[in-house]
Design a protein around this ligand. Structure first.
Ligand code: FAD
Length: 573
């Protein structure tokens, strides 16, 4: 095992991780900062995949109060209001920083102001973008800054477990594995940022990048940290449906298509959204996803079992100009987005839930900070399109500032518990020991079916009980899994990493199911067929899940309406 020391260790190189690194270094250039990432820096994670854009109240007539109210109402009053306020106010500073300091260049209006487009669920057109490939612009420019500043990188290094001090009072470091040679690496750090970006890839149809398997949330659960809002998994209504043979199935067709006036049509070619919501196709993601799912269950489907997205009435040239990337992506799969129709299906996109955190991105574990999609509480029951990358960049920057200040104030290198390191290695090594060789692909299939059918867009007590039983059985199979004898090298062993991915996904799926059982109402992304009512808003609680002695404890905690009470508004009437 190799051992390294760094003042600040950042896990993940998405918008949260890269912003944190740059801010921490700017705050104190003498700190040693290391980014450890499962993929290649700048080439992995979901921030790079951001298509639509970035919500920020810049335009005349818009305001942070309006952005805040959209976020709270979209989140069904479940967001932590102070975190949501930090998001909307911090987004203004961060988007200027992206352009003026990081070097991004977003699309412009003819008068030179930043162009902002419509996104669903918002009362103002506030989504800043670079065509429909905004994330590539953001991540490329951030990565260039990180490279040029000489911040240390551990690429293709996978974080496995948090290593605590022997008295369990604080975090001492993180055990990683270098995926290139299979060697274990213990990184001891004064402060660690968890920014591995969640990623609901346990569902049959999903949008996130393949490197995301909820590793950070699984590590947090294993360390006994509280996670909130885990039942809130967002399904994007329009995932491409291109058949089971291609990984393109499930990838997202951006919300701006519906924002620009795109239609959703059932298998008979009829528009159906008005039956479900007066805003039609521009209703929030939860409502549109449920409506599509209802049409699918009623059998009004396209040949592959989804619905149609149709843009042709907006003019093929216009669609081609506005949505070049989307048109090309669809053409790659044989669909004509500009002039014809494309088959779509709801697809698991984002986890509103994650590690509970406070202002300054601190967690309940001394030395551990969290930002981005690994964290919970900013979006509540539903994330507005465009608030995801704002979240990761705003809180990533805050985490960088906060870690630098914390290290100066009270940081120290703490002694890691060597027994904990040995135990963590033994857990990772399990499939190299004797066990039952079985088919990981079959386990993945079962996981996808379980989560899609029984803990997906519509749930009830019976389906969640089925899901819980199925996940227990999958956990057993993974526990007893042995690598085939031909796949026992540790260097670039993707089968081993697949096992690690699935183990984490099952652990986090259990937390999703546990929280979904506990929430006996329907709110935002969480819909219980047996409890279809939203419950009394003023008595809203959020669900906290925590692993304790091998079991999942669950608590319902009242939401504190610190800035605005249900029914009231920050906007002048
Ligand atoms: C297709 C798509 C389109 C989207 N479009 C939009 C949009 O238009 N607007 C919007 O606001 N949001 C959008 N989102 C959501 C947005 O991408 C996320 O909200 C946000 O960017 C997440 O940032 P992050 O830094 O938390 O995670 P990510 O950017 O996903 O980064 C996570 C990082 O952690 C690394 N990692 C994972 N596991 C480990 C491990 N075990 N060890 C070390 N490193 C690890 C990954 O390799 C990656 O580098 C979109 C998401 C997808 C998938």
């Amino acid at each position: 095992m190799r051992r390294l020391r760094t003042d600040i260790l950042i896990l993940g190189s998405g918008g949260a991780g890269l912003f944190a690194a740059l801010h921490a270094q700017a705050a104190n250039p003498s700190l040693s900062i290391t980014i450890a990432v499962k993929g290649l820096l700048g080439k992995c994670g979901c921030t790079r995949m951001v298509q639509g854009g970035y919500n920020v109240a810049l335009a005349a007539g818009d305001s942070v109060e309006r952005h805040f109210m959209d976020t709270i109402e979209g989140g069904k009053w479940l967001p932590d209001q102070d975190l949501a306020w930090t998001l909307v106010t911090g987004a203004i500073e961060r988007v200027h920083e992206l352009e003026n300091e990081i070097g991004c260049f977003f699309d412009r209006n003819p008068d030179g102001t930043i162009h902002q487009k419509a996104f669903a669920g918002q009362t103002f057109d506030r989504t800043v973008h670079k065509g429909d490939l905004t994330g590539i612009e953001i991540i490329n420019r951030l990565a260039e800054q990180v490279w040029v500043r000489g911040i240390a990188r551990l690429e293709e290094h996978r974080a496995l477990e948090f290593i605590l001090t022997a008295d369990l009072s604080a975090l001492a470091g993180v055990l990683l594995v270098d995926m290139r040679d299979g060697e274990y690496v213990l990184v001891e750090a004064q402060a660690v940022l968890l920014a591995t970006g969640g990623g609901p890839t346990m569902y049959r149809f999903h949008t996130p990048s393949g490197d995301k398997s909820c590793d950070g949330m699984a590590m947090a659960l294993a360390a006994g940290l509280p996670l909130r809002d885990m039942e809130m998994v967002q399904f994007h209504p329009t995932g491409l449906l291109a058949g089971a043979h291609t990984r393109m199935t499930g990838t997202v067709l951006e919300e701006g298509l519906r924002g620009a006036g795109g239609y959703l049509l059932d298998g008979n070619g009829e528009r159906f959204m008005q039956k479900y919501d007066p805003r039609g196709e521009r209703a929030t993601r939860d409502i549109v996803s449920r409506a599509i799912y209802a049409e699918m269950r009623a059998g009004r489907t396209t040949p592959n079992g989804g619905v149609w997205l149709s843009m042709a009435h907006l003019g093929a040239d216009n669609v081609r100009r506005q949505f070049k990337g989307m048109v090309e992506r669809c053409a790659d799969c044989g669909f004509d987005l500009a002039g014809g129709r494309v088959e779509v299906v709801p697809t698991a996109h984002y986890m509103m839930g994650g590690v509970e955190f406070a202002a300054g991105c601190t967690t309940t574990l001394t030395g551990l900070f969290v930002a981005g999609e690994d964290s919970g509480g900013v979006h509540g029951a539903n994330r507005l399109g465009g608030n995801g990358v704002a979240n990761s960049t705003v809180f990533g920057g805050i985490a960088g500032d906060a870690m630098a200040a914390w290290v100066a104030r009270e940081g120290s290198f703490r002694v890691s518990d060597s027994g904990a390191v040995d135990a963590a290695i033994a857990r990772a090594e399990r499939p190299f020991d004797s066990g039952q060789a079985s088919d990981l692909e079959a386990i993945r299939e079962q996981l996808h079916t379980t989560m899609w059918d029984d803990a997906g867009i519509v749930r009830d007590a019976a389906s969640l009980a089925r899901a819980a039983r199925s996940l227990d059985a999958l956990a057993q199979r993974l526990h007893g899994y042995a690598l085939p004898s031909a796949a026992r090298t540790r260097a670039f062993n993707l089968t081993w990493h697949d096992w690690l991915n699935l183990t984490n996904l099952v652990a986090v799926s259990r937390a999703i199911v546990r929280a979904a059982v506990a929430r006996e109402n329907s709110r935002g992304a969480h819909f219980r067929a047996d409890f279809p009512e939203p419950g009394e808003l003023s008595a809203t609680t959020f669900i906290r899940v925590r692993e304790h002695a091998g079991a999942l404890d669950v608590e319902a905690i009242p939401v504190r309406f610190t800035r605005v009470r249900p029914g009231a508004s920050l906007l002048a009437s």
